[in-house]
Ligand binder design. Structure first.
Ligand SMILES: C[S@@+](CC[C@H](N)C(=O)[O-])C[C@H]1O[C@@H](n2cnc3c(N)ncnc32)[C@H](O)[C@@H]1O
Length: 284
């Protein structure tokens, strides 16, 4: 077992699995990450630039990829505190017509899969006609049993629904960043204004998770294989205040005027949730 304590607010360069193994047990409150997807690089659709990482290939045999992801997730499980959460962004892929679903390996990890969230990105990465254009990715909310158990989300977070609609980031030089609202939504929902906490991202790339954590007043710990991405991330984290507006826009969505209990108390509509066009537009 690695020795504690380990100081937060650091970016560590190296292989995610190897570096995670050096971290103490029950150390982080929440994890958020998007790993390399093993896209096998050559199989991109036309009209789409190849997503190629500076310091790592993304083309290994699928069984080896799944074995590695399972090991990384299990190591992250050890590092996250009991009762903690991990948000794992991935997507459904196909190879020679066979569908690969992230649940194929998530069920083999130590995590309890708490929810599958659909991220509707509204644009397709591949517009060949072998399938209906894939505009969605997935975010798996994973839970580590223990601690105080699964806590209920406050209504202001839960009402953001299991479909997160927003376009991907396009002003970031990293080849595959997620948008700042994504880790911010995950972290703000489960941390719910807690004054302190540590957020882990084992594939931190351009530092998006760390920027979200910092702007939410929390600590971070990030890992990436690429020294270049980490130096970009370090500069971005230093300059995090310049992205405050994006966090404010996200937090402005986390409100309820009346809770379900209050509506019930005043005899108001407690019926089904509907995403009206107007509400959908407000949700971006
Ligand atoms: C999808 S990107 C993450 C992007 C990040 N969420 C952001 O917003 O910038 C995956 C990252 O994993 C890194 N990577 C690839 N293989 C790795 C490994 N074995 N260990 C650690 N990092 C790795 C890549 O350099 C890349 O930055």
């Amino acid at each position: 077992m690695p020795a504690a304590p380990f100081s937060p607010n650091r970016l560590l360069q190296g292989d995610a699995l190897a570096v995670l193994k050096t971290l103490p047990d029950d150390f982080a409150d929440v994890g958020v990450t998007s790993p390399p997807y093993n896209k096998r690089e050559k199989q991109k659709g036309w009209l789409v630039k190849n997503v190629v990482y500076a310091g790592a290939g993304d083309n290994i045999p699928e069984p080896q990829y799944r074995q590695n992801q399972t090991a990384v997730l299990d190591e992250a499980f050890r590092v996250v505190k009991p009762g903690g959460s991990f948000f794992y962004n991935h997507k459904i892929r196909w190879q020679s017509g066979e569908m690969f679903h992230p649940m194929d390996w998530l069920r083999k990890t130590k995590w309890t899969v708490r929810q599958e969230i659909v991220w509707d990105r509204a644009i397709a990465a591949n517009i060949r006609g072998w399938r209906f254009w894939q505009v969605d990715e997935r975010i798996y909310w994973l839970h580590k049993p223990g601690g105080e158990g699964q806590k209920e989300l406050a209504s202001k977070h839960a009402k953001l629904t299991s479909v997160w609609r927003a376009r991907p980031e396009n002003k970031n030089p990293h080849p595959a960043p997620f948008p700042l609202w994504l880790p911010a939504r995950a972290i703000a929902s489960v941390m719910d204004g807690a004054p302190s906490g540590l957020i882990l991202d084992p594939y931190i790339g351009s530092g998006t998770t760390a920027v979200a954590a910092k702007l939410l007043g929390l600590d971070y710990l990030g890992i990436d294989k690429s020294a270049d991405y980490l130096s970009f991330a370090a500069a971005r984290i230093k300059n995090a205040e310049s992205e405050r507006e994006k966090i404010n826009e996200e937090l402005a969505l986390h409100i309820v005027r009346k809770t379900f209990r209050e509506r019930k108390l005043f005899g108001e509509n407690t019926g089904k949730f509907r995403t009206s066009r107007k509400a959908a537009a407000l949700l971006r």
